[in-house]
Design a protein around this ligand. Structure first.
Ligand SMILES: *Cc1c(COP(=O)(O)O)cnc(C)c1O
Length: 384
């Protein structure tokens, strides 16, 4: 067995696809220490700077004092505690949803929700750039999966028209995690009633970010539709950990009985829920967080464009810098790190072959000085 493992590893090394872990010393922030060197952090999903926010930490500490650390069991056994319920109620208000169910991560939420509602009689229409967790969930569901080209509504409609299934499920990322583009919901939502389809939006990168109140892609477009299912994560802009599905009361009831990644796993620690609840309060009470993020996004994107770099049509806090080849991308990332700027390179299988890129993410808490310094280093590395 081990010789197969070694062989597999050398193949990865040879194709420049071997991954290694970088150690970040200390908490998440606009800058972090790596190997003792202070670097500007431009690849965290902690978009609002809440992961190390004093009020979020205090909420978690208080919950540990009151409820202890572990939940001890799955929610259906004896792990269902007050902080879980309080958080679900808080998300319901925030998302203006009928019902909400927590999952232990976004990966699990997609796996659980999609495999619970789709089966071998379902046609799933999935955007080609959807997150890996959606791809895996589709396989697990045993549904017929049809992948449409990224944000291509004509192709999607053609596939819906051709489908003979009574159960049609469209799945799209709200914000595409490696491109920073936004799903064209104003064109997708009218297809639901026309073709009797259900829509799941993965708002991992839109929760706490898009829309005036950070409620996600539907708020961004001003769309209300009662049957749309929304997934959101608590570990990105909300600085905590875990995820949720928001939808109808019947959907949530079904998930409680059928979603295996909900049923067969230990409940989130209560402190994690208390931290997420506080983070949602902070987003609602401090509109400047989203405003600062939005200002920083424009500043960075325009700066990169002025430097002649290709940001691949990004409109959000996720700003790719297109490179192409995997090795060249990792080289650029390394050179930037030497100059005190941490931007992770992204390569296959996370993105398609020859579309490797640096995936830069800005935070609400970055200062203009941080961003200017980063821009100067980026120009040095790319333009010499
Ligand atoms: C990060 C991400 C997930 C997974 O969420 P986790 O809570 O980190 O497991 C799912 N979908 C998308 C689009 C993501 O970017």
């Amino acid at each position: 067995m081990n010789s197969h493992i070694i062989e597999e590893l050398s193949k990865l090394t040879a194709s420049g696809l071997r991954r290694t872990l970088k150690l970040v010393e200390g908490p998440q922030g606009t800058s972090v220490r790596i190997d003792g060197q202070e670097v500007i952090l431009l690849c965290s999903n902690d978009y609002l700077g809440l992961a190390n926010h004093p009020a979020v930490k205090e909420a978690a500490i208080k919950a540990i004092e009151e409820y202890g650390f572990g939940a001890g069991a799955s929610r259906l056994v004896s792990g269902n505690m007050e902080p879980h319920i309080i958080l679900e109620e808080r998300i319901k208000l925030f998302k203006r949803a009928e019902a909400v169910l927590l999952f232990n991560s976004g990966y699990n939420a997609n796996l659980g929700c999609i495999s619970a509602i789709a089966d071998r009689h379902t046609d799933i229409f999935s955007d080609k750039l959807n997150h890996a967790s959606i791809v895996d969930a589709c396989i697990l569901s045993r549904a017929n999966v049809k992948r449409y080209p990224n944000r291509d509504i004509e192709s999607l409609e053609g596939m819906l028209k051709a489908s003979k299934s009574r159960k049609k499920l469209i799945i799209t990322d709200g914000v595409f995690s490696m491109d920073g583009t936004i799903a064209p919901l104003p064109q997708i939502v009218p297809l639901l009633d026309r073709y009797g389809a259900t829509l799941i939006i993965d708002d991992a990168h839109a929760t706490g970010v898009l829309g005036k109140g950070g409620r996600g892609t539907l708020e961004h477009f001003g769309i209300k539709h009662p049957s749309v299912i929304q997934m959101g994560t608590l570990g990105k802009a909300l600085g905590s950990f875990g995820a949720f599905i928001a939808g109808s009361a019947e959907l949530i009831d079904l998930l409680i009985s059928k979603a295996r990644p909900f049923i067969f796993t230990t409940a989130l620690p209560p402190s994690v829920c208390a931290a997420a609840t506080k983070a949602i309060d902070l987003v609602e009470e401090n509109p400047y967080l989203i405003k600062n993020l939005s200002d920083n996004i424009s500043f960075m994107r325009e700066g990169l464009k002025d430097a002649g770099l290709d940001t691949m049509g990004s409109l959000t806090q996720i700003i790719p810098i297109f490179v192409g080849k995997a090795e060249k991308t990792m080289e650029a990332s390394k050179k930037l790190l030497e100059r005190g700027v941490f931007i992770q390179g992204i390569r296959p299988p996370t993105v398609p072959e020859d579309t490797s890129r640096l995936r830069l993410t800005v935070m609400a808490t970055h200062s203009k000085a941080d961003l200017t310094q980063a821009l100067n280093s980026i120009k040095e590395v790319f333009n010499g």
